[in-house]
Design a protein around this ligand. Structure first.
Ligand SMILES: Cc1cc2nc3c(=O)[nH]c(=O)nc-3n(C[C@H](O)[C@H](O)[C@H](O)COP(=O)(O)OP(=O)(O)OC[C@H]3O[C@@H](n4cnc5c(N)ncnc54)[C@H](O)[C@@H]3O)c2cc1C
Length: 487
């Protein structure tokens, strides 16, 4: 966030890199390029930090942390603790903490700080004026290379009566000052699941509606099932395979008609939160003037080097159609700087991209899914360790979940992994590191770790692979030992 009033600087000739959008992709590109001495302009129409800082990753993780605390307090007896019955949630204090954290982190990427780094920061709506120029606030900025990193916005689903009834999305849910007593969440992707669980733990009676048979789309089925069980244990009323037909207002209530197969039902709530995905921000940019090919629904077309159809213009982050990895904006920002300013040939597809849904338990994944590997005719073998076998998971009361490592059959080469655990987002990093540096399961099995830690699960899964190696090796070793005895 900026401290007003801000005066846009005078343009400094032709910029080496002009960036539209100051979310993670735009910010990392601006900082990296200016560190290398490039003349950089950064244009933002709203708040520095973009969705991630203001309406996404940061506020959601802050609220999730507090909701976990309330859950733990309710579970205190399980850990030998005692807290007064009927714990009251101080919702305004929860949201105040969210705002405090957001404000603290925003200082890191403030306009003043960026300016001090040599970045020219402009506030206003950016619009291409031609293949090498952009207008903002009445100024014309010229560029050698440009990066479009304008992100995406929440989808507004065409549900009859929804607009009239009013609803929340991630863009305004963190502005709530009162916790809704009854909350309907439409959408069982990461955003819907994370927020449904958080609000349920903060005291809302949550109904979660997902139009598919499982949560989290393409995630492995047993991971999605564990999540479904966990959400149900939190008291969330789950409706899978269910459509929201229409919404209407009755007095102070919002009433939604649902249908699952042919069975109709009705729910009455105080608020509706919609989390059914995003659409890329391409409107108003006048991309036609720059010769940048795009699609209103899917975003800007880029190749593996993040180049658009205008050789001067790159795109990264949620605004891109192809190669869209929502969790890789920072890497994409760096790739653009290398490819745009230094004749680099860095490919987005070369990145190892882990991701995580921060529910409790967390669900993290990296690399290939088994179904994907089979589709590509890659033979796969999976090694699984359940978290309830792990000493530290038992001592921490965090026994739910598993570590699954997928390897190319007959080798220790890691193709992918799914981790469901309380701290899966941290555990997955070791596997990502192994994949990006070419380490195999032999190496992971040999890593010494402090005892007890939950990453023991990774070692045990890797050891299971080592033990499963073809009988031939063991027979050969046996023969060597026998020969040794005879000597
Ligand atoms: C609730 C929620 C939780 C999430 N949690 C996570 C998480 O835990 N981990 C994770 O990896 N991802 C998470 N995400 C996704 C993540 O927030 C996005 O993938 C990420 O913010 C995309 O970054 P970006 O730089 O592409 O775009 P954005 O962050 O959307 O930034 C784009 C910026 O461009 C600006 N802009 C747009 N058009 C113009 C214009 N014409 N002129 C000037 N400026 C313009 C916008 O105002 C915005 O500031 C979450 C998302 C949500 C909604």
């Amino acid at each position: 966030m900026t401290s007003p009033p801000w005066h846009n600087p005078d343009p400094r000739g032709r910029y080496h890199l002009l960036i539209i959008g100051a979310g993670p992709a735009g910010l990392i590109a601006a900082q990296t390029a200016s560190r290398w001495g490039a003349k950089v302009a950064l244009i933002e129409r709203n708040l520095l930090g973009g969705t991630c800082l203001n309406d996404g990753c940061i506020p959601s993780k802050a609220i999730i942390r507090t909701s976990r605390l309330y859950r733990e307090m309710r579970d205190a007896e399980h850990f030998g603790g005692r807290v007064p019955a009927g714990i009251a949630v101080d919702f305004p204090a929860v949201m105040e903490r969210v705002r405090r954290i957001r404000a603290r982190l925003s200082a890191r990427d403030s306009a003043e700080r960026l300016t001090a780094m040599g970045v020219d920061v402009y506030f206003g709506e950016a619009r291409f004026a031609g293949p090498d120029s952009v207008t903002v606030g009445g100024l014309v900025l010229r560029f050698k290379k440009a990066l479009v990193a304008t992100g995406a916005r929440a989808v507004r689903p065409p549900i009859a009566g929804l607009e009239e009834a009013g609803y929340l999305t991630y863009e305004n849910v963190f502005d709530l000052t009162e916790c809704p007593k009854r909350l309907l969440v439409i959408g069982g992707g990461p955003v819907g699941c994370e927020l449904a669980q958080a609000f349920s733990r903060l005291g809302s009676r949550v109904i979660l509606v997902q139009d598919e048979p499982m949560f989290l789309g393409d995630e492995e089925r047993d991971a999605a099932q564990l999540l479904s069980d966990a959400l149900a244990r939190d008291g969330i009323d789950i409706h899978l395979n269910t459509q929201t037909l229409r919404v209407r207002v009755e007095g102070d209530d919002k009433v939604a008609d649902l249908v699952c197969d042919d069975t109709k039902s009705r729910v009455t709530v105080d608020q509706i939160l919609v989390g059914v995905g995003t659409v890329p921000n391409v409107q108003g940019l006048n991309l036609e003037a720059a010769g940048v090919s795009h699609d209103d629904a899917r975003g800007i077309r880029v190749d593996d080097f993040l180049r658009t159809t205008n050789p001067r213009v790159f795109a990264a982050g949620d605004v891109c159609a192809e190669g869209k990895f929502p969790h890789i904006e920072s890497a994409a920002g760096r790739i653009v700087v290398a490819n745009a300013l230094f004749l680099g040939r860095q490919r987005l597809s070369a990145e190892v991209v882990p991701w995580c849904t921060f529910t409790d338990p967390e669900i993290a994944h990296v690399g290939l899914y088994v179904t994907e590997a089979r589709r590509r005719k890659i033979p796969v073998k999976t090694f699984t360790i359940m978290m309830h076998e792990i000493d530290r998971a038992i001592t921490d009361g965090e026994e739910e979940g598993f570590v699954k490592l997928h390897v190319r059959e007959g080798t220790g080469k890691i193709l992918g992994a799914t981790v469901v655990a309380s701290h899966a987002g941290d555990l997955i990093n070791e596997i990502s590191l192994a994949m990006s540096t070419g380490l195999d399961l032999d190496a992971l099995a040999r890593v010494n770790r402090p005892y007890p830690t939950q990453s023991q699960a990774i070692r045990m899964a890797a050891s299971a692979y080592v033990r499963s190696r073809p009988q031939k090796i063991r027979t050969w070793l046996k023969r060597q030992f026998l020969a040794c005895d005879r000597r």
